[in-house]
Design a protein around this ligand. Structure first.
Ligand SMILES: O=C(O)CCC(=O)C(=O)O
Length: 284
C-alpha cells in the first residue's frame, strides 16, 4: 500500500494523508483509496484539496455515474448539474434561503429508486466555529441489534418521504410533484462488502403494510439505536476538506451548530448506487 492513512474515530472513517486531487492519480492509488473507504466502513477524509469544480466532478466520476440532482433542481449549480450547492446564504432579517440541507439523520437519495452509493462534500467556506456534520455507522447499528429485533426488521420496508425544514412554498410544491414516497428495505446487503446494514432515517414516516401508529415506536427506536455516540464521528470542517461517505452503510446529519449570519458553503457530488425500492402510497 502506498497511501498513508489514519483512522478518524473508533466508530468509522479514515483520513488519507498524502493525496493531491489537483495532480494526476494512477488507477493503483485510486484503487487503494477505494479500498480504504470500504475497509473503514464508508467514510473518507481528504484535507487541503484546493481543487476546481471540474476536478471535484472528475474525481467523483471515478467512483461511478453521477446524479444530476433533478429531484432538487433549485439547489444544484446552474451550469454544473453534478454539483449540489450546500450553501446557506447568511440570514438576513431572520430569513434563510432554506438551503441548509440535511438537518435530519438521512442517507442521500433514499427517497428515490436509485439511492446514492457515495457523496463527496467539499468545503469551500466554513463559519468561524461549528457547522459540523455527524456520521454514523449503519453496519455497527445492524450488528448491535438483538436477534429478535433483526428478525422483526428483516422484511420491513420503510417509506421515505423527501422533505426539508424552513423551505419556501415553491420548494415544497415542486418537491411533492416530483418526489413521491419511496419504500426501501430496512436491511440492505452492501453490494461490495456483502455485509448487512440498517437502512433507515428521519425521513421514514411509516413501514409499508403497517400504520404510522404501529411503525412510529420502532422507527424511533431504530434511529435512537443507530445514532448512539459510539457508532459515530463528528466532522469539524476546514476549508478545502473533502469528506466522502457511503450512503449504503452510513447516515449523516448537518448539526446546524453555527452563527447563521455567517456564510457556510459546501458543494456535493453524488455517486449513484444500484436500483432499490419502489414508489408507494403513504398510509395513515
Ligand atoms: O451540510 C452538511 O453538513 C451535510 C449536508 C447533507 O446532509 C448532504 O449533503 O446530504
Amino acid at each position: 500500500m502506498s497511501i498513508k492513512t489514519a483512522p478518524l474515530s473508533y466508530g468509522l472513517g479514515v483520513e488519507v494523508l498524502d493525496v493531491d486531487l489537483a495532480s494526476p492519480m494512477s488507477d493503483a492509488v485510486f484503487g487503494e483509496i477505494r479500498q480504504a473507504f470500504l475497509a473503514h466502513d464508508g467514510l473518507l477524509l481528504l484535507r487541503n484539496q484546493a481543487i476546481t469544480r471540474e476536478q471535484h466532478i472528475a474525481f467523483s466520476r471515478r467512483f461511478g455515474d453521477l446524479d444530476t440532482h433533478d429531484a432538487v433542481p433549485l439547489d444544484r449549480h446552474p451550469q454544473y448539474h453534478e454539483l449540489l450547492m450546500v450553501a446557506n446564504e447568511p440570514v438576513v432579517e431572520g430569513l434563510s434561503n432554506g438551503r441548509y440541507i440535511g438537518q435530519q439523520w438521512h442517507s442521500d437519495l433514499a427517497p428515490s429508486l436509485r439511492p446514492a452509493m457515495g457523496s463527496l462534500l467539499r468545503a469551500v467556506q466554513v463559519p468561524s466555529a461549528g457547522g459540523d456534520t455527524m456520521f454514523t455507522n449503519m453496519y455497527a447499528a445492524y450488528d448491535g441489534l438483538s436477534e429478535g429485533m433483526k428478525k422483526l426488521v428483516a422484511d420491513l420496508h420503510g417509506v421515505h418521504v423527501r422533505g426539508r425544514k424552513n423551505v419556501s412554498a415553491e420548494w415544497e410544491a415542486n418537491n411533492r410533484r416530483i418526489n413521491p414516497p419511496v419504500a426501501q428495505p430496512v436491511v440492505r446487503v452492501h453490494p461490495e462488502t456483502g455485509r448487512k446494514a440498517l437502512y433507515i432515517g428521519e425521513a421514514v414516516q411509516t413501514f409499508e403494510a403497517m400504520t404510522q401508529e404501529e411503525s412510529r415506536p420502532i422507527i424511533d427506536f431504530l434511529i435512537r439505536h443507530a445514532t448512539r455516540p459510539q457508532f459515530g464521528y463528528r466532522h469539524r470542517w476546514r476549508n478545502n476538506d473533502i469528506v466522502m461517505w457511503d450512503n449504503r452503510c452510513t447516515m449523516h446529519l448537518a448539526l446546524g451548530d453555527y452563527d447563521q449570519s455567517q456564510r457556510r458553503h459546501l458543494e456535493r457530488t453524488t455517486v449513484l448506487g444500484t436500483p432499490s425500492g419502489h414508489i408507494c402510497e403513504l398510509a395513515a
